[in-house]
Design a protein around this ligand. Structure first.
Ligand code: PEP
Ligand code: MG
Length: 584
């Protein structure tokens, strides 16, 4: 049995279920089960003469649901995840879709189904069509259709009682929301309450439940299959968001064990929290920059709370994904400005669009023979100058609010840097001639993630203001191991001497020409390799905000110069570095 397969096993009297843990942490509490209107619709046939009235009933319910969504989008609280407004608009657009309305009305007319039955039938069909799509993102959009239909069903049935039944539980207990799925508007409403965890039958790591739970820092397990059927209101639950495990009505012994784990985890977090304002300085006085990686603008709040020195990587492509239109210059400007303002004077490194390979625009199908080696990242931007121009204008405008650094992904040739500089000059000239204010002298850096650049790094380092090593891709391209292919994942080896030599080579070149070098790939946030990276001479790390304090703890216990001697001698012999020997 694996944690990733939604399956179930009973041991002793405790029922155990698995799903996908999308937000780490433990929760112990009582279940509150959200009703799913789609599962409980009334089925009856309408008389022939009532067909027109039934269609009318459907259309006015769809209109009411749509108006409600639009109103909600217009009055979102300031701290709501920024993508929610867009999602609410997408949901309202689905309700405006004449095809959907017409198809459901045909079911009412032809089969004489009541409006609820017709809508649930048509919705099921549509959701199934989405679920068969190959693209992960499109498959998950089936959830949008289901959620929109759920909303109309609630209007049709006159149920405003969408919230879980809180009467059944003692509110002293932590409340764990159990649902088939949670739509963005419902998630927003739940956001106001104090919930211990979220569990859903549907959804994946990029589902809305996952995104909002992450922004609330509340443990969540999604894709559980049948949790809503198996759990009843007030059941006692243990949620393990690390492993995607949920225990239903656990025995006293299991409860005791998890209470201990929960306490140990809380103690660990509390102890780490005390390091928030402590300098990330090694025992021999080397000050290290610790920055945060973010994918959505509102994650900057968590970055600041974790004590990040700045944003080391904002993956701007996430603003472009999960929507049917490109974000406008103003939308991008708002998003970048929000991050800069939130970071209150700390530098914000925004990576220009890194689309291609596994990250594609909504509905865009990759036809490249090998997308990881194709028209990706800066290659894509230079081939689509209008998209790049809009992004550069937005970045230049937003940098009036604080220090923005532009980071270019997947550079392999010097002429790409020239082309980027020309594109920036064009964006400046354009803003200038329209009298739109922007900041000049923006710093320009590049990701070091293609081996060719790392090998021939010196002239690149001279041309650029800073370098950021993308170990995720660097490892993939050095070892010829697809980073997303589970069949070869055991050969994806960050500790391979060839990878470490390239990292060391880049850091040394940065030192020689006086340009800062950081690592923003996953290695930077893995506290097990912090000492090794210090030993390579690294002084800048950028990672997910949740990892920041673990890494800081390691740094504060390390002696950088002693590590440099040990690591250099192993690298010279092209030997594997023994991590255990570095903590001695
Ligand atoms: C990397 O390649 O290491 C990186 C940080 O970028 P991404 O994971 O977005 O490709
Ligand atoms: Mg990369």
């Amino acid at each position: 049995m694996t944690a990733s397969d939604p399956e179930m096993a009973a041991f002793s009297s405790t029922l155990c279920m698995y799903g996908q843990g999308v937000v780490k942490g433990y929760a112990i509490g009582r279940a509150v089960v959200m009703s799913a209107a789609a599962l409980e619709v009334a089925h009856y046939r309408v008389a022939f003469e009532d067909i027109a009235a039934e269609s009318e009933r459907l259309i006015s319910a769809m209109t009411a649901a749509r108006d409600d969504l639009l109103q909600m989008a217009a009055s979102l609280p300031a701290d709501a995840p920024r993508e929610l407004a867009a999602l609410l608009n997408v949901h309202s657009m689905l309700l405006d879709d004449p095809m959907l309305i017409q198809q459901v009305c045909s079911v009412i007319a032809e089969r004489q189904y009541n409006a609820e039955w017709a809508l649930a039938t048509q919705g099921q069909l549509l959701a199934e069509q989405f679920s068969m799509m190959e693209d992960d993102y499109l498959r998950e959009r089936g959830a949008d259709v289901r959620q929109v239909i759920e909303r109309v069903l609630r209007v049709l049935s006159g149920t405003t009682n969408w919230l879980p039944n809180l009467d059944a539980v003692d509110t002293e207990d932590s409340l764990i929301v159990v649902a088939r799925d949670i739509s963005p508007p419902d998630m927003m409403r739940l956001r106001g309450g104090k919930f211990g965890a979220f569990l859903t039958d549907l959804g994946g790591p990029t589902s809305h439940t996952a995104i909002v739970a992450r922004s609330m820092n509340v443990p969540a397990v999604v894709g559980m299959g049948h949790v809503r059927h198996l759990v009843r209101d007030a059941d006692q639950l243990i949620v393990d968001g690390f492993n995607g495990v949920v225990l239903i009505n656990p025995s006293e012994q299991i409860l005791r064990e998890y209470r201990l784990r929960q306490m140990a985890y809380q103690d660990e977090r509390a102890e780490l929290a005390m390091l928030r304002d402590a300098p990330a300085m090694t025992l021999d006085g080397i000050l290290i920059r610790l920055e945060a990686n973010i994918e959505l603008p509102e994650e900057a709040v968590a970055a600041l709370a974790a004590g990040a020195d700045g944003i080391g990587l904002f993956r701007s492509e996430f603003l472009f994904m999960g929507r049917s239109t490109l974000p406008t210059e103003d939308e991008q400007y708002e998003a970048y400005s929000f991050v800069v303002r939130t970071m209150a004077g700390r530098p914000v490194t925004i990576r220009t669009l890194d689309l291609g390979a596994d990250k594609t625009l909504d509905g865009e199908v990759t036809v490249a023979a090998n997308p990881a080696l194709g028209l990706r990242a800066i290659r894509y931007c230079l081939a689509n100058p209008d998209i790049f121009h809009t992004q550069l204008r937005a970045l230049l405008r937003a940098s009036l609010h604080g220090e923005i650094r532009i980071l270019i992904p997947m550079i392999s040739q010097m002429h790409e840097i020239d082309a980027v500089r020309q594109a920036i000059d064009r964006a400046c000239a354009d803003l200038e001639s329209s009298g739109i204010p922007y900041a000049r002298n923006i710093l320009l850096g590049a990701m070091v993630e293609i081996p060719a650049m790392a090998i021939a790094i010196e002239p690149f380092a001279e041309q650029l203001d800073f370098l950021s090593i993308g170990t995720n891709d660097l490892i993939q391209y050095v070892l010829a191991i697809d980073r997303g292919d589970k069949d070869v994942s055991d050969m994806y080896d960050p500790m391979h001497p060839a990878v470490l030599r390239l990292i060391a080579h880049t850091i040394n070149a940065g030192e020689r020409v006086g340009k800062p070098v950081s690592v923003c790939g996953e290695m930077a946030g893995d506290a097990r390799v912090t000492r090794m990276l210090l030993g390579l001479g690294l002084t800048g790390f950028s990672m997910h905000p949740q990892q920041l304090l673990d890494v800081k703890k390691e740094i504060r216990q390390a002696h950088s110069n002693a590590l440099r001697v040990k690591v250099a001698s192993a690298l010279n012999r092209a030997e594997r570095i023994d991590l255990v020997s570095l903590s001695a």
